[in-house]
Ligand binder design. Structure first.
Ligand SMILES: Cc1cc2nc3c(=O)[nH]c(=O)nc-3n(C[C@H](O)[C@H](O)[C@H](O)COP(=O)(O)OP(=O)(O)OC[C@H]3O[C@@H](n4cnc5c(N)ncnc54)[C@H](O)[C@@H]3O)c2cc1C
Length: 468
């Protein structure tokens, strides 16, 4: 739908309604059942690894069950927030799967884990898709038709009028998570039924999801809209919800007629310029090794940030930094409008990542939570500590990477710099996201299947390092 156009004429009034005949208690049960469930989201590495160990015995059933949306989400890992912050890494999870199971038996789970890398690589190669999306969100907030914005607000408040989807809205706000299928239905409803602009819906998700990721979220929304694979939109269909949703989530059928298979039609695609593709810029996995040391000459700090909170498990683990720093960038968080639950998750994960790194590197640690901004904080601590600069994992396209020019400029002013590094896994996989997923998967799976054999033979506990 073109920005600024009218909301759907089928839009229901803002208040939530109940079907005749559905008792209050039953209605409550319908919406609260997800929230009362045991769905939790590990915010430390130890908790994430424990979740993974508990999930491993059912990994071979993942392919058959993953689409079922049931309270507690027992059929999926619920590890996306931890993977997003890299409290655990995809390569470590894939490595442990390949070590314990036949590739064919866990192929679906490996494929889903690697989808994340596909989206990361795709966006890294086309950063303007991110900046255009952010600009569109700003433009819509300022210029969109007030009636459209009011309708968007009502849907985001859980007052869209389809009881099960309003329940998902509450689940998102109150837990910071939605099952993949619920994300697809919700985004499809927003775009193709409410006919609201995809960018505003993506921003709503981005503010609330604990796993909010510039790549998976933006491109997931574009895929549902039909922009990612142009013309192939994802439509929410009543029959699909009835097939995959637990019956108690559908106990209140209010509004389901709006997503009857026969009535939902794809919204016309907006015009947009083809995404410009940039050249891949390779990075080392650690600063150059000089005379047997993994640390460059001089005094260097290691900046630990929310895109990689297990640096000690990467090639950077060999470094001898003089200080570790994490910065909670309150300005950026405020500008993005992050929900309190997401902020709390990020803070816990950052504290866990920094504490583990401190234990590993045995050097002083500093954490700042100030209003001074990220670039200023990095420049100030480098000055105070007399550092040559910082070593850090390069953030991927998104808000943190948007700060890179300012970080580099502030440090350069004092003659300092950042040495950017990238994990070998990313360096190998991400540039291969040049076109569609299945071409990407072809290349990745051949390599992974070979590694499965090598891993099975070696039984080396350090196996994840073997992957790429
Ligand atoms: C509109 C929309 C928005 C999304 N926004 C995000 C987001 O901001 N952050 C995010 O991490 N995922 C996003 N996803 C992808 C997916 O929904 C989540 O990764 C998944 O639901 C997380 O739950 P889980 O960890 O239990 O997944 P599992 O099913 O247990 O999968 C294991 C891991 O594989 C990866 N994965 C699984 N499915 C996908 C997928 N479709 N795309 C990319 N990676 C996948 C994730 O890292 C996930 O943690 C979005 C999908 C859609 C349709």
């Amino acid at each position: 739908m073109a920005a600024g156009s009218e909301p759907s004429s089928t839009a229901l009034p803002g208040s939530r309604t109940r079907s005749p005949g559905v008792e209050e208690s039953e209605f409550q049960t319908t919406l609260d059942v997800m929230l009362d469930s045991e769905a939790t989201f590990p915010a430390t590495r130890a908790a994430a690894l424990a979740r993974w160990q508990a999930f491993l015995p059912q990994a071979t059933r993942y392919g058959a069950l993953r689409n079922q949306v049931v309270p507690g989400h027992p059929h999926v890992t619920r590890l996306s927030p931890a993977l997003r912050a890299r409290l655990v890494t995809t390569e470590a999870l894939v490595g442990s799967l390949l070590e314990t199971c036949r590739f064919a038996a866990v192929e679906k789970l490996v494929q889903e884990l690697v989808w994340r890398d596909y989206w990361k690589g795709w966006l890294e190669l086309r950063p303007s898709v991110w900046s255009d999306y952010r600009a569109e969100v700003d433009r819509l907030r300022r210029q969109a038709d007030p009636a459209l914005l009011r309708r968007a607000e009502a849907v985001m408040a859980g007052q869209g009028g389809i009881a099960v989807l309003d329940g998902f809205t509450r689940e998102l706000i109150e837990t910071g998570y939605l099952h993949n299928h619920a994300r697809m239905w919700w985004a499809g409803y927003w775009i193709h039924v409410e006919r609201l602009p995809w960018a505003l819906g993506a921003d709503f998700f981005y503010r609330h999801l604990l796993d909010a990721d510039p790549a998976s979220n933006t491109l997931g929304w574009r895929w549902v809209a039909g922009l990612q694979t142009r013309g192939k939109a994802y439509l929410p269909r009543r029959s699909n919800l009835e097939k995959y949703c637990a019956a108690n989530l559908l106990a209140d059928p209010t509004g389901l007629e709006r997503i009857d298979d026969s009535v939902v039609a794809a919204v016309p695609l907006p015009d947009e310029r083809p995404a410009e593709r940039v050249a891949w810029k390779p990075l080392p996995d650690a600063p150059g090794i000089t005379e047997g040391s993994a640390t460059p000459p001089g005094s260097w700090g290691l900046w630990v940030h929310g895109e990689d909170l297990s640096v000690e498990e990467s090639a950077l683990g060999q470094m001898r930094p003089d200080v570790l720093l994490s910065v909670f960038d309150a300005q950026r968080v405020a500008a993005l409008g992050m929900a309190p639950r997401r902020i709390a998750y990020l803070k816990t994960a950052l504290a866990d990542g920094l504490a583990r790194a401190g234990h590993h590197f045995k050097c002083p640690i500093e954490s700042c939570e100030t209003g001074e901004g990220l670039a200023e904080a990095l420049a100030r601590v480098a000055r105070e500590r007399g550092l040559a600069g910082w070593v850090a994992m390069r953030p991927s396209v998104g808000p943190l990477a948007d700060a890179i020019p300012a970080i580099e400029a502030d440090l350069a002013r004092d003659g300092r710099k950042v040495i950017w590094c990238r994990r070998r896994w990313d360096e190998h996989l991400w540039p291969q996201a040049s076109s569609g997923f299945f071409g990407f998967w072809e290349k990745a799976q051949r390599r992974l299947a070979t590694q499965a054999t090598a891993l099975a033979q070696s039984r080396d506990p350090q196996q994840p390092e073997l992957l790429f």
